[in-house]
Design a protein around this ligand. Structure first.
Ligand SMILES: NC(=O)c1ccc[n+]([C@@H]2O[C@H](COP(=O)([O-])OP(=O)(O)OC[C@H]3O[C@@H](n4cnc5c(N)ncnc54)[C@H](OP(=O)(O)O)[C@@H]3O)[C@@H](O)[C@H]2O)c1
Length: 295
């Protein structure tokens, strides 16, 4: 890629990683959860804004988009925005989705799907995205609780069967502990793990270490503290001032620096925040920066 292409596609500055060994992506990706609504119980956002953000993300060189059929609010459905914004999909775009929860009557994710419901959920993603196969499907385990405590084997085996049938290229697991990751791997290779993780909420460092060791993509959700555990911005400010960057950019750069398998997918419904987040890929943190972020 030329320098000119890099300047117009800044996501490339974050480096690349091949998911499952054969799906190369810029390490800074994008999550669609914030497109239908900005907050857990907030109103629906304007779908045209979501479409503009998705198109701009791809213009900026983002080619790893994380989505789910259960990202929806008041008729605004993330998967449908992805399709409307980006289909026919450009070569090299990797769309990852996840199945696990079943939607409740109010449209919010409810209890976990039974194994027999997973095929229908995969087919729903195929329909909404307008695809004949899915690049990466995570089994999203558990509710809003911390990972652990339940077997993933029966459900992961169903997804492995759908993979054998050609509906899915690679499988991942989400919201899992080390034991659940090991259990899944016995059934089918795990190309990616997606767990809650950010620079100040690195409770999951054991799973990250295992992903780094094995070359498995580690996709941190809530990388900007969008969930229940906010960023400690005071610990990011010094590095932000040194780089003329925002604290959110430092939080993303710190994730990229933590492991070559780290693929952050910050979510936003704002074009300005998108540009800022993608810009974090070019920041090179120094050991002094990293030390200043430590607890
Ligand atoms: N596997 C799972 O269980 C799971 C769970 C949750 C999320 N996810 C995935 O992970 C992705 C990332 O998580 P997330 O979107 O929930 O949280 P996040 O990326 O940590 O944070 C998103 C929040 O930060 C704001 N924001 C984004 N960029 C910003 C910036 N530069 N400056 C200031 N505020 C900024 C957004 O508001 P604005 O929209 O107003 O910018 C939004 O409120 C999701 O989109 C989804 O794809 C997966």
């Amino acid at each position: 890629m030329t320098d000119t292409a890099n300047a117009s596609q800044p996501a490339a500055a974050s480096g690349t990683f091949a998911i499952g060994g054969d799906l190369p992506v810029a390490r800074l990706g994008f999550g669609t959860m914030r497109l239908p609504t900005g907050t857990l119980h907030g109103p629906a956002r304007d779908p045209e804004d979501g479409i503009a953000v998705l198109r701009r993300a791809v213009e900026l060189g983002v080619n790893h988009i994380d989505t789910a059929s259960f990202y929806r609010r008041g008729g605004v459905v993330a998967n449908e925005l992805v399709r409307r914004a980006l289909a026919p999909y450009p070569d090299g775009l990797v769309i990852a989705t996840k199945v696990g929860p079943v939607l409740g009557p109010d449209g919010t994710p409810g209890p976990q799907a039974a194994p027999g419901q997973l095929r229908g959920l995969v087919e729903e993603n195929l329909r909404e995205l307008g695809l004949d196969h899915l690049d990466l499907v995570y089994l999203r385990v558990g509710g809003r609780n911390a990972p652990g405590g339940e077997s993933v084997a029966e459900r992961f085996a169903v997804l492995a069967k759908l993979r054998e049938e050609g509906l899915i290229r690679h499988l991942g697991v989400s919201n899992v502990d080390a034991a659940q990751l090991a259990e899944a791997r016995v059934i089918n290779p795990v190309a990616a793990v997606q767990n809650a993780f950010h620079v100040h909420a690195a409770a999951d460092s054991g799973v990250l270490a295992e992903c780094t060791r094995s070359g498995t993509a580690f996709v941190p959700f809530f990388p900007l503290g969008g969930g229940l555990d906010p960023l400690d911005t005071t610990r990011l400010e010094k590095a932000a001032a040194r780089h003329g960057a925002t604290v959110q950019q430092i939080a993303l750069a710190a994730l990229l620096a933590a492991s070559p398998v780290m693929l952050p997918i910050p979510g936003t419904g704002s074009l300005a925040h998108l540009e800022e987040n993608v810009g974090a890929g070019a920041l090179q943190l120094t050991p002094e920066d990293i030390a200043s972020l430590a607890r």
